[in-house]
Design a protein around this ligand. Sequence first.
Ligand code: PLP
Length: 404
Amino acid sequence: MNDTLLAPPLTLEKESELFFHTYSRLPIEISHGEGNYLFAKDGRKFLDMIAGIGVNALGYGNLRVLNAITEQAKKVIHTSNLFMLEPQFKLAEKLLALTGFSKVFFCNSGAEANEGAMKLARKWASQFSSEKKQLLSLTNGFHGRTYGAVTLTAKAKYHEGFEPLLPETGYISFNDADDLERKVSDKTAAVFVEYVQGEGGICGLSEAFLNRLNELRAKHNFLIVADEVQAGVGRTGKFFSYEHFAVLPDVICAAKPIGGGLPLGAIIGNARVAEAFTKGIHGTTFGGNPVACAAGLALIEELEEKNLLQHASELGAQFKAELLTLSRKHIQIRAVRQYGLMIGISTSRDASYYVPKMLEKGIIVNATNTNVIRLLPPLTLTESEMHDCVKALDEVFRAEWFEV
Ligand SMILES: Cc1ncc(COP(=O)(O)O)c(C=O)c1O
């Protein structure tokens, strides 16, 4: 047999040869996924506690999602938005019913949803004054990598070499209500927030901050945009994470799980912004792809039918209790933060240390914001899988003591 026909294992050297050097990939060649597990070509099996960075809310191979994809793909895969498509209409109706909001715009990713929401906010604000353009966001947040979204992301490491960024933008210190008051004015068009920050290490907004934000919105007439890309669509045990809080946003940006694993994003606006976008001023070729929308609908039906939001709340609470028990044994654990199945374990050292250690135990975790182990497992995670993860963490933290 011709040697070139034998598939060689993929290597990091080859990766470096082929691709721009943007990603630090794990040295695992994936063969397939099944349930809450990923399988490597070399036969290793991993419990996936990061689920495609919060995308695979139902794990791998969910039959309802697979059938929806297959059925829609047989009918038509892509048409563009020149036509009317049933899966898009149904998913939009569902999202509006779940939120009580007024309008949806479908796009392809989280960054694109935020980007569109920035345009929506400025367009909306332009009816009041040509000076009302300011877009603010919070420190420690993350909103994506396109120019607008990366401008909203207050991290120097994501900006270096890309300047100048978008003008008339600025940052408010996370949960600092006084800083918020100093920064907003009648020139503010919108304040972008993650009600629960993801990349930032699973940090929720404080009641005091949100109450002040609400008062200032009334005073200065700006929009609150909720970036629900990571925390939305069931992750925190509510459909959107803002439902844990008393202050409603005006615009919601969603993505990640919303396409059932296929690329899909959505901007969802309330009545205040319903007329801000007019024909031809915003658009995208792929946005609202019918296969992705059909998969998204199937995902939401599955979440509802299997009661997975309640499951995420209950299992998440139990998970936190077990991690707190671990924290009493291992002083490396500084704090545990949890909303549903969105969990951050603050550690005293760089959390990237724990990623290969957990991999050796057959569990995929992720490190974020330097010292946070981030867990975003499928919402289908079982109690026994949760225990497997806690046990592996316990062993890894214990083994750390014996390292020279
Ligand atoms: C809160 C938040 N917003 C936006 C994004 C960007 O989404 P995408 O990678 O789909 O562009 C992310 C990605 O992790 C995110 O966590």
